[in-house]
Design a protein around this ligand. Structure first.
Ligand SMILES: [Fe+2]
Ligand SMILES: [Fe+2]
Length: 129
């Protein structure tokens, strides 16, 4: 029981590290530290591998069709959440955040559409938007 809890926490912290290290890698790149940027990117990829291994150990990874269906549900929600977040950020005067929520909403929509395409290639009808 404790092991599962620790693995869940580890999955979350490894996942957070991926994004943070990627952002730090970009910053190093901006500052002209190309080697450091490249190293931080490698570390981020290692963290992604750790997170992926814990995802599998925790049973978060199913057969591909089920994974695609679960991902699609998640991307549909992400698109809606980003739209709402964009409106809230705009109302509160966070223009840069609002714009980026909107840009990422478009990415979520692309993910949603891409997953639908992949799923339809697998030959199963869908009843999600
Ligand atoms: Fe790690
Ligand atoms: Fe997405």
């Amino acid at each position: 029981m404790q092991t599962v809890e620790i693995m869940e926490q580890t999955f979350d912290s490894e996942s957070n590290d991926i994004a943070l290290y990627l952002a730090m890698s970009r910053k190093a790149e901006e500052e002209g530290h190309h080697e450091i940027a490249s190293y931080l990117l490698n570390v981020a990829v290692d963290e992604a591998q750790h997170a992926a291994a814990f995802a599998a150990l925790l049973g978060k990874v199913k057969d591909t069709r089920t994974n695609l269906v679960n991902m699609l549900a998640s991307e549909v929600k992400a698109e809606k959440d980003k739209w709402k977040a964009s409106k809230i950020a705009s109302t509160e005067g966070h223009e840069e955040a609002s714009q980026f929520f909107e840009k990422s909403m478009q990415d979520e929509r692309k993910h949603k559409d891409g997953l639908k395409r992949v799923l339809s290639k697998l030959g199963k009808g869908l009843n999600q938007e």
